[in-house]
Every structure is written in structure tokens, then in C-alpha cells.
Design a protein around this ligand. Sequence first.
Ligand code: GLA
Length: 680
Amino acid sequence: MPPGDPKEKLAAARNTTVAPAPIAFGAAWYPEQWPEAQWAHDLALMRKTRMNVVRVGEFAWSTMEPRQGEFDFDWLDRAIDAAVAQGFDVVLGTPTAAPPAWLTEAYPDVLRVGEDGVRAGHGGRRHFSFASARYRRFARRIASEMARRYGRNPNVIGWQIDNEIGPPSFDGEARARWSAWLEAKYVSVDELNARWSTAYWSQTYQRFDQVPLRATGQQNPALLLDFKRFVTDVWTDYVDNQASAIREHADGRQWITTNTMHWNGGFDHPKMHRDLDLAAWDNYIPDGRPDWLDNGAQHDLVRGYLRRNFWVMETQAGHVDWVEINRALDPGQVREMGWQAIGHGADGLLYWQWRSALNGQEQYYGVLAGPGGEPTYIFDEIARTGAEFERAAPALAGTAPRAEVAMLFSYDSRWAIEIQRHHRDFEPIAAFMSWYRPLRTQAQAVDIVPVDAPLDDYRLVVAPHLNVLPASDAMRLEAYVRRGGCLVLGPRSGMKDEFNALHTERQPGPLVEALGARVEQFYALDEAVGVSGALGSGEVRIWGEMLRTRSPATKVLMRYRHPGGWLDTEAAMVARELGKGVITYVGAWLDDALMQVWAARALERVGIEPILADVPDGVEVASRVGAGSRVLILINHADTPRRIALPRAMVDVLAGGELRKFELPAHEVAVLQDPAGGMR
Ligand code: GLA
């Protein structure tokens, strides 16, 4: 970049060191929905929970810009002042998830069009087109106006762009962007035709604008995968449009993020975060029945977007209101989920929402303050959590989780499998979790990172279903192994190139030589198939691949038992030592007991010990280290008490004193500072 280039200035302004302490604890507060006379009461009550941050402004566009070009921020000035007066920091949300009526009325072309061709109407949210240049001009303008006013406000600590970046649009502008995107990627339409094998079913295109914009249906898998990447790029550009507007006015201390959702597969999340300062997500347990491993995996996934601590920008104050049965979390579980977030690396936790709006679409939602401003059933539990966070903040400051095992999460591979599951039950997240569960319970720390993350710090790298494996990624993975890494590939790995085309070499494609084995054939299974070998005996469900070795150095570790079937006596798992490391391929969806044994052996082989040995079932262990502190967070997710025995006495951060052997009651939490320190 030439010196003085505006991009360079913006890059210099980027905040890359989000201050980690104290723990940000707060709620979504919508002052625009309330008479000003009630603000002080709300904020004072909020302070009783030890909250120290409020998130304000998202969705308030019609209040900030009541008529086109007429801005009213006086109320927001006063709301910020009121919050600051009671000791709060402020996170500002840009309001662009909810365009005002004047905008959609005067410019209906900004409204989103569904894949079915139906244009959205006013009254909900997310009803704008992500591709609309006009919408972006309006969005940039409101973001700029906000940043000009608050970009140097010492009490505004950061920005959330939009809210839960969401559905794509299929309007004319989106189609034009799609054609341009394809042209930029493929340059010539002949190249696209070749990569997509469009001679198949007479799809051959003469021009890029002939290529349909489709997300579903009987379309070429290359098109459907590129659609996801296109959506990623358009949304990233949409977010960057606002981020750059904010950075023009904001000082470098203010960070910029956006809040993402529950396992959302709508776009590639690490890619979207490349130019953001902080990752954040909205952590909901819609059925009110937490699966702590599933929830923990999502924290780890979000920590992997930027490979550093993150925020939970929203979490439920008891219950949600958008599923069929909106069950409340049990007593103690809101606190439990709060501590789990911290254990996995959250430096901020904000509840949604503070107080029930009297009307609007979410009247039944869990809140801390009811419609009259009085505390609800969950208030005391959240207040207890806040007091504990405050107490633990000095020990937690500057700490982060550290893992020696990484799982690769590839959005491309997830999408490629979703596009062609081949077996109804090969659900990519369930497949991923069948590997995560045993690893997390045994290693007690797992990073989830994109395929292009640096891997050398990990002793074990697991890629559960790396279906899309371009040669360049394969080379990096092979180099990791040769340098001494331990790489484990799961079923369906190495089948496709970056265009979602089959590799001409069978799976794992560009890693066949390194592995010294290949997949002769894959089989969708509608009944369990036996398997036995180095891990013991058990069952394969859903998916089984027939492996054949091609090198004497490659060892068969598991074989199928399937009398009369294709897989009988064939290899299900192979491994080869390569350079200073080892590469393993597991071609089957193994049952949970076998996966536990697999994880134990894999961790033992590379010398990864649990953070805390002999921990009873249902107790989650998390640790955060750094700045001379090592904090263990133990959570009993079970319904009965558990006995804990620590290797040495540790400081009980919450209650004071020391703990060594103790009982952890059901749904209770222990936060321990280990005087001996440690790497994990
Ligand atoms: C999302 C939104 C919030 C609210 C909650 C309710 O997370 O960001 O505005 O609607 O859902 O679950």
C-alpha cells in the first residue's frame, strides 16, 4: 500500500488488542422504547447485578433518523450519559438490521427478495437486500453519523455492526453481483464451464449472467458451493462498508464486531471476521435443555474466528420465545452457562434483554426486569453471577484458554456435504460433534480453527470430514505431519477440490500418497456394521468407507465385520508414520464408545494429558492461563453432586480459602486459581 493510502490509515486504526479485563457483564438496553423518566431506575437496578456494560442502539434507526437525512441523537447522548453516570461502559450497535419505514417506502428496491421471488414487506427485521447499493449508502451514512458523534466518546468501548447477519437476497442487484463475482473468480466462462463440468445436463454457459443465482434445488454442486462463498463475500463487504465508515471517525481504542448465531452456516465466519477486531456470538439454548458439550463447542468455534478471546453478545435471561416450547433453563443453569462461556474464553457476557418491551414481537421473552421494571425470577441468579465475575476478574485478567489439540472446521466441507449428504443422517455438525465430544471430555481443551490456521503449536490436529481439500491445503497438512504433527482425517475427507469437483484420485485425494492408502468405495449404511481392531470392537453407523493400503508403511488399525456385505474384512482405519509425524484416516462413523477409545489413544500417543485427571462424569473442566495466572473453572452440569480431588490445594476464587478435596453440588461452579501455574 502506498504511504498515506486511506486503507493503510484504516488498518492502522484497527484495534487488535481488545482490553480483556474486567469481564464485561451487561444487557441489551433499548432506551428508545421507554420514557426517559424510567432510565435511571432501570440502570440503577441493572447495577445491582454488577453489570458494567450496556448495548444500545441496534434496531433504533427510526428513532435516530426519523426522516431521511434528519438525525436525532440527542436522546442517545442522554441515554449514554445516563448509563455512564451509573458506571456503565457502552457498546453501540448500528441499527441497520431494521430499516425505518420512510426508507423502505421511498425505496422499495432495497427490500429483500426470497429465493421464491417474493419481496419482503415492512414490519419485521432483516428485510433489506444485502446486495443493494442504495441500502449500503443509507447504512454507511447512519454508521458514519453515529461514529462522528461517538467515535471518540471515552465511554463507548466498541461497536456491533448490524445484528445477526442473515439471509441473502435474490433480487436483480444480487444477480448482477453474482455474475460479476463469477467473472472475477473464473475470468473466462470457459473456465467456469470446465471447472463445473457443465457439459453435464447441457448446462454449458456462454455468459456469466446466464448462471442462475440459486441456493437450493437441483443445481450443480459447484454452483451451490460458490453461492455460499458469494454470500460470504457480499455480507463481508456489507459489514466492512459500515466498519470502514466507523473507523474513519473512531479512535483505535474502540473495537468493532458483529454478533453471530448458533452453528450458523449461512456464511464462512472466520472469513467474515478477518477485518473485525473481536468475535462475538449469541448463545441461546432454545429448548432450555443445555447440552454442555455442544454449547462448549460453539464457544470454541467462535474463539477460533480470530483465534483469541471473544464475547457472548447475547444470552438468554432464562428462556427464549421463538421455539415451539420455550422452556426456561433450570435454577442455576443461567449462571452455569455464564461460567461456561468464561471458561471457554469469553471476556464479555451480555443478557438479552434487560426489560420486556410492552409491545413488539418478543413480549414473552426472558428478561431481567418485567414490563413494570421490577426484577423477574432470573434476576437474583444473574446478580449472583455478576458478583462472582467481579470477584474473579483480577484472576482472569489477561488469561485465555490454551489447547494442544485443534479440530479443523471447514465451512466449504460442511456445505459440500450438506449439498450432497448421500445419507440423510450425515449431518455435518453431528459428525463433527462425534469427534469433539470425546476429545473435549478427555483433553479438556480443544481449539476449533479454520483449515488455514497455523498448526505447528498443536500436537494433534483432527479434521472430522475435510470433504473439500484443495492441493494447497493438503500440502500444508502434509508438511505439518512431516514436521512432527499428528493428523487424523475422518470419513469423506479429501474427496473434492476447491470447485466441489471430484478429485481424480480417490479419497483422500492429494493426501493419498502421504497416507499410503485410499478409499476404494464409500457406502451409506442403513444398519450398523461391526468393526474391530486396535480400538476394540464396536459398530459403524451411517457411513463406511472401504480403505486399501498402497504402501507397506501404512498399517491397518480397524477392519469391518459385515458378513455378506461389501465392507466385510475391509480396512476401516489406517495410519502411517510420515517424516516425524503420523497421518491417520478413519473411514467410518464409529460409535461413541469406540470414539472414546480412539480419543484416549490419540491423546496418549502425542502426550496430551487432561488438565485435571480423574474428573467425574458430567463435570466440565476449563482453564485459562496467562499473565502469571492459571484459573481452572469446574462446572458440575449433572443433576447430582460430584466429588472432586485436586492434585494440590488451590485458591477458591469465589468463596475464598483453599480447596483440595471437595464436593461440587449439582449445577455448581468452582473457580480455582492454581498457585503452581502451568501451560494449560
Ligand atoms: C436474537 C436477536 C435479538 C433477539 C434475540 C431473541 O439473538 O439478536 O434481537 O431477538 O434473538 O432470542
